[in-house]
Design a protein around this ligand. Structure first.
Ligand SMILES: CC(C)(COP(=O)(O)OP(=O)(O)OC[C@H]1O[C@@H](n2cnc3c(N)ncnc32)[C@H](O)[C@@H]1OP(=O)(O)O)[C@@H](O)C(=O)NCCC(=O)NCCS
Length: 200
């Protein structure tokens, strides 16, 4: 039997069709349960800060089931005298019943291609150390010694805070970013994506 591969679909988060968006929110809620879900909160409201221009990438099967999802967030970064258009991966999740079949890897590889095509200078995000190989298999690289400073300038949220075991992953796209690559290693990267997407 020929199984049809789920299709990749992309939408700005607020423009995601409701029948897909509701599934994405469900997957996110399962993966990152809120301590106390607020009553009456709009069930399919935005997950991300609109200022970060969230682009949702979904793997959707023939029956309209969202198999995996992630969001690309975007921001300008000032770093060691340069200015870079940075994209980050956020809320990467595969439907529990569909894990271990390569869907996640396919989607995070596609997100890297999307960032490259979308004119970003580089992609940058953190992940839990055990997921390093998962992202590496999809073309992302570890930035040795790099610490992402999330949150805000007034209330910074470091990726090396006690109790966290994060690695910083990256991919360099533009000539400027490739030239500046060494300046992103073994240093703090002051990203400050805000209060909502603290480490994006
Ligand atoms: C992480 C996650 C998205 C992976 O999705 P998936 O579709 O199961 O991943 P794939 O099938 O493409 O796996 C690709 C590879 O990564 C490895 N991998 C997947 N999940 C892993 C995990 N949680 N820890 C370590 N390795 C993992 C797989 O073993 C596989 O390697 P292999 O081909 O050598 O066996 C999924 O487990 C998930 O939704 N987890 C909960 C949310 C989460 O933690 N998201 C990541 C936030 S940074």
């Amino acid at each position: 039997m020929n199984e049809v591969e789920p299709r990749i679909r992309c939408f700005p988060e607020p423009a995601t069709p409701p029948e897909l968006r509701v599934q994405v929110v469900e997957l996110q809620d399962q993966a990152w349960p809120l301590p106390e879900p607020a009553e009456g909160v709009a069930a399919i409201g935005p997950s991300h800060d609109p200022a970060l221009r969230p682009l949702s990438m979904l793997l959707v099967d023939d029956d309209g089931v969202v198999v995996a999802a992630l969001d690309i967030l975007a921001k300008e970064l000032a770093h060691t005298g340069g200015h870079f258009a940075v994209g980050g991966l956020s809320t990467v999740v595969t439907r529990p019943a569909a894990r271990g079949q390569g869907h996640g890897r396919r989607l995070v590889a596609a997100a890297r291609e999307e960032m490259l095509a979308g004119g970003f200078d580089l992609g940058l995000f953190t992940c839990d150390r055990p997921l390093r190989a998962f992202y590496e298999q999809a073309g992302w690289e570890v930035l040795p010694g790099a610490v992402l400073i999330g949150g805000t300038r007034a209330a910074p949220f470091r990726s090396d805070r006690p109790g966290f075991d994060k690695v910083t992953m990256a991919s360099f796209f533009s000539a400027d970013a490739i030239r500046a690559r060494a300046s992103f290693e073994h240093c703090d990267i002051e990203l400050y994506p805000g209060e909502i997407d603290k480490l994006w």
